[in-house]
Design a protein around this ligand. Structure first.
Ligand code: NAD
Length: 494
């Protein structure tokens, strides 16, 4: 297997890191070396920020008509789509996820790119004709400037493309720090952006660790905004640092979603949704449907069907076309999930299925976890409260609608929740009471680019996708224009 070798991407070209040091990525599925990334430093980050600043202040992008911007972004989308298979292999290998989901991730990223390209043409301000007989009020939206983006490893392309095309469509210049575990696709698409006609310096990538590159980015005086996706712990630290220079900050953080299943739901559909919701991406997912809240009268039958279906989940290697789930990202994440399995058992929850490592055959060398369902889970247990970030489902029963809503909202997070019922009134009334940025009704994880995505409570600040996702990268400017003859405010001084 050839080891892919990457350097930074700065000012429209590949650029080796100042230190010459590299970070090697090994497959979490079988240990083979996959890629070398430049171990970035504050010096590399500074070079990228200077290139982005120069592009923003003096380059053609910011002032380019939106129709031309859209043509370039769409041409970029075409190149990414044409390269889908190669990019999907890189994504699957580095992140450990099954190839068919990696393909879906690239396709969804292209959709967001095309949507943002179109949306950019709609960006406009307002004119006020009612601010006085000799005046005109203009409210315009300007690009925020140089945006630093820090993204995680679980959906390397999607988390980047929920930000990047929107910031570009708004006219910003961008420096990205991908996860040091999954930097390949962010670098590959940078080369395609230049081929599509994106001017140099508008999209830069500096690879490396959060401590070296990420910290330097959040402290850099020439970065106007940080857009971060990752853990709530790191998000809080970033917000604290950004406060020093009042940098704009957008945060997409952790979650602990509930799937609330009422007895009057289509229970077959609900089993599908709950299963998909907790197993997708090996549970390494901010909107992982980690908590099943099930109405007591149907709980036993529902859980036994879920257990039966869980036994049929295929855990496989990332390039296995039939795999439903594959490897955890790395040893530390694998260990964290294994620890939670022990914590759940010690807290008195019952393991209905799974409960350990998946290690048969080809899986022996990798970080694979069996999909696991815990029953008899109460809200005081850590497995109910904390983000596990693995294929682990907790089951808690309820008797009334009020009890279901209280349980669903009993978390510091508020990213997404699902609810299942055939009763339309109940669906709408419960959806209103759920404290999360997204509510899925009779489905789970299904949404579209037009729908804003983001968190209530400790799941974040700001929104991605939709018109809100574009406005996030703009500053509002009020221009008050006096018309006609001068009318002195202090006439005695004239
Ligand atoms: P993480 O917070 O550890 O790392 C995210 C990114 O931040 C990485 O690029 C990392 O290198 C960088 N980083 C780490 N420390 C930093 C620092 N001090 N300063 C600046 N940058 C730093 O998260 P992770 O483990 O990569 O991803 C998993 C987490 O991401 C989960 O909590 C998950 O819920 C969350 N997530 C949220 C969303 C969302 O949209 N809300 C999407 C995906 C993942």
């Amino acid at each position: 297997m050839t080891v892919r070798s990457y350097v930074h991407f700065i000012d429209g070209a590949e650029r080796p890191g100042a230190s010459g040091e590299t970070i090697r990525r090994h497959s979490p599925a079988h240990g083979a070396a996959l890629a070398d990334f430049a171990a970035g430093t504050a010096e590399d980050l500074d070079a990228a920020v200077r290139a982005a600043r120069e592009a923003f202040e003096h380059g053609p992008w910011r002032q380019m008509p939106a129709t031309q911007k859209a043509a370039i972004l769409n041409a970029w989308g075409d190149l990414i789509a044409a390269d889908l298979e190669r990019l999907a292999v890189i994504e699957a290998e580095e992140s450990g996820k099954p190839i068919r989901f990696a393909r879906g991730e690239i396709e969804h990223s292209v959709s967001m790119l095309r949507y943002a390209a179109a949306l950019g043409m709609q960006l406009h301000g307002e004119a006020f004709e009612n601010v006085g007989p000799q005046a005109l009020g203009l409210v315009s939206r300007e690009p925020r400037g140089v945006v630093g983006m820090i993204v995680p490893w679980n959906f390397p392309m999607v988390t980047l493309f929920q930000k990047l095309p929107y910031a570009l469509a708004a006219g910003c210049s961008v420096v990205v720090k991908p996860s040091e575990l999954t930097s390949g696709t962010a670098l590959e698409v940078a080369k395609l952006a230049i081929r599509a006609g994106l001017p140099k310096g508008v999209y830069n990538v500096v690879t490396g660790t959060g401590g070296a590159v990420g910290e330097a980015m959040t402290r850099h005086p020439e970065v106007d905004m940080i857009s971060f996706t990752g853990s709530t712990k790191v998000g809080k630290a970033i917000a604290r640092t950004c406060a020093d220079s009042v940098k704009r900050v957008a945060l997409e953080l952790g979650g602990k979603a509930a799937n609330v299943v009422f007895a009057d739901a289509d229970l077959d559909a609900a089993v599908d949704g709950v299963l998909f919701g907790y197993v997708l991406n090996q549970g390494e997912e901010c909107v992982c449907g980690a908590r099943l809240l099930i109405e007591e009268s149907v709980a036993d039958a529902f859980v036994s069907r879920l257990v039966e279906r869980t036994r049929k989940i295929r855990t496989g290697l990332p390039l296995d076309e039939d795999a439903d789930q594959a490897a955890m990202i790395h040893e530390a994440q694998f260990d964290q999930v294994m620890d939670y399995l022990e914590i759940g058992k010690a807290e008195g929850a019952t393991v209905a299925v799974g409960g350990g490592r998946a290690e048969e055959g080809a899986l022996a060398k990798g970080y694979f976890v069996m999909p696991t369902i815990f029953t008899d889970v109460s809200p005081d247990m850590r497995i109910f409260r904390e983000e596990i970030f693995g294929p682990v489902l907790t089951v808690t029963t309820f008797k009334t609608v009020d009890e279901a809503v209280t349980l669903a909202n009993d978390t510091v997070y508020g990213l997404g929740n699902g609810l299942w019922t055939k009763d339309l009134d109940k669906a709408i009334l419960v959806a209103r009471r759920l404290r999360s940025g997204t509510v899925f009704v009779n489905t789970f994880l299904e949404t579209s680019v037009q729908m804003p995505f983001g968190g209530f409570k400790q799941s974040g600040i700001g929104r991605e996708n939709g018109i809100d996702g574009l406005l996030e990268y703009t500053e509002v400017k009020s221009t008050f224009i006096k018309l006609g003859e001068r009318n002195a405010v202090l006439p005695h001084t004239v």
